[in-house]
Design a protein around this ligand. Structure first.
Ligand code: NAI
Ligand code: BGC
Length: 256
């Protein structure tokens, strides 16, 4: 029996990178999938096809999760597609590289609205649905090692992921009586398009690898495996935690 047989999962920002890997992993374990992105393009089409080729159902819902009305509608529409929503994976996220003193209000809103506001109100819409249907629920948020460690020149990003850490802890306590579990996954440096400039800069990449005890970047699939665990009944007693998937990056210390 597959872990997610008869389950439906919504994965935000799932046309590429970690979100796509999460969608594929959950589908490989039997889930029907609601994919999401701002626009359906050939990348989203490709993921849809891979999922239906596995024998699972998949639907793509266009929505910009940084917008309150869009993210609420996304969750409500996701429930309607296959009649229920068992798993919510808040994966969509963005970052911008700026000196702190050069960050504009627009830069700040872009990052915070996607990484925090969209997650906050997406979870709220999901919890309202669970309450209305008197059902249990599971939420996994894509945080980052930067919910814990610094990332100079990415202040809004760090602020958004740090806030996700406390949001998850707070909600774990508040939602446990409703039988809704919520956890964070905190990836380290993963080879995805978000790290395009890092992957193209040999010097910078070497300097990043020096900080990673396993001396390699992670793969989206490494992250998806942990998301899948947290979304499953194998994690039935896990809530309010952050699972690091970082090759040892976060608590790394070495004397030369
Ligand atoms: P990515 O840039 O490859 O993929 C992000 C996806 O989210 C894209 O498909 C993008 O179009 C979508 N997206 C962005 N804003 C959106 C919005 N407003 N509405 C709907 N979709 C939106 O990035 P990656 O690496 O796959 O990142 C996924 C998550 O993992 C993010 O939350 C990121 O912060 C987090 N993360 C990534 C790490 C990495 O090293 N790649 C490390 C730690 C965390
Ligand atoms: C960022 C990546 C970065 C990684 C490790 C992630 O949260 O999105 O750009 O490489 O953390 O620093």
């Amino acid at each position: 029996m597959k872990r997610f047989e008869n389950k439906v999962a919504l994965v935000t920002g799932s046309s590429q990178g970690i979100g796509a890997a999460c969608a594929l992993r959950l589908a490989s374990e039997g889930a029907d999938i609601i994919l999401n992105g701002r626009k359906l393009d050939e990348r989203g089409d490709g993921i849809l096809k891979q999922i239906t080729d596995m024998g699972q159902r998949a639907t793509f819902l266009e929505a910009d999760v940084s917008d309150y009305h869009n993210v609420v509608k996304l969750v409500n529409d996701a429930v309607k597609v296959y009649g229920k929503l068992d798993i919510l994976v808040n994966n969509a996220g963005v970052e911008k590289n700026h000196n702190f003193w050069e960050v504009t209000e627009e830069d700040y809103d872009f990052v915070m609205d996607t990484n925090l506001k969209g997650v906050f109100f997406g979870i709220q819409a999901y919890v309202k649905y669970c309450i209305a249907e008197k059902r249990t629920g599971v939420v996994v948020n894509m945080s980052s090692v930067h919910e814990e460690i610094v990332f100079p020149h990415f202040s809004p990003y760090c602020a958004s992921k740090g806030a996700l850490k406390m949001l998850t802890r707070n909600l774990a306590t508040e939602l446990a009586p409703l039988n809704i579990r919520i956890n964070n996954v905190a990836p380290g440096a993963i080879a995805t398009p978000i790290n395009k400039s890092l992957l193209e800069n040999k010097e910078q990449l070497e300097s990043v690898l020096k900080n990673i005890p396993m001396k390699k970047l992670g793969k989206p699939e490494d992250v998806a495996a942990v998301v899948s665990f947290l979304a499953s009944e194998d994690a039935a007693y896990v809530t309010g935690s952050t699972y690091f998937v970082d090759g040892g990056l976060t608590y790394h210390y070495e004397e030369q």
